[in-house]
Design a protein around this ligand. Structure first.
Ligand SMILES: [Zn+2]
Ligand SMILES: [Zn+2]
Length: 124
């Protein structure tokens, strides 16, 4: 049982890592379901959520949660029309002086814009 769970977890992780679109859990499930119909939707959702909690993958919170197998520091850009998400190199910024007494641990930057497809379909 434990071994089967480990295998499913690995399949879910590898599938996520093979998707550069920063998929929702539902999109990961659709992809897995094609080759592994025995893995349930609830398992995919649960495993992704757990791995995000463990820091093995990233969870990006938009109006929906998306997942990212790349955990090295980087930022994201999101298309304001279709919601597509892509990676953007992180620009190193000096931490602000006035930190309100907080211990600063992390900073998330989300750029907004138009993806290539939406950009092409816009008529100016
Ligand atoms: Zn778009
Ligand atoms: Zn990313």
């Amino acid at each position: 049982m434990e071994e089967r769970n480990t295998l499913q977890k690995e399949i879910i992780y590898q599938t996520l890592c093979g998707m550069s679109c920063h998929p929702t859990a539902g999109m990961v499930y659709e992809q897995i379901h094609k080759q592994h119909p025995a893995i349930s939707r609830s398992t995919v959702f649960r495993v992704l959520s757990r791995m995000a909690g463990e820091g093995k993958i990233l969870r990006l919170e938009f109006t929906e949660s998306r997942y990212d197998g790349q955990t090295c520091p980087h930022d994201h850009v999101r298309c304001r029309i279709c919601g597509a998400v892509a990676d953007i190199p992180r620009i190193q910024m000096a931490p602000p002086d006035d930190d309100a007494g907080f211990l600063l641990e992390d900073c998330t930057v989300i750029y907004r814009g138009l993806c290539p497809a939406c950009r092409n379909s816009q008529s100016f």
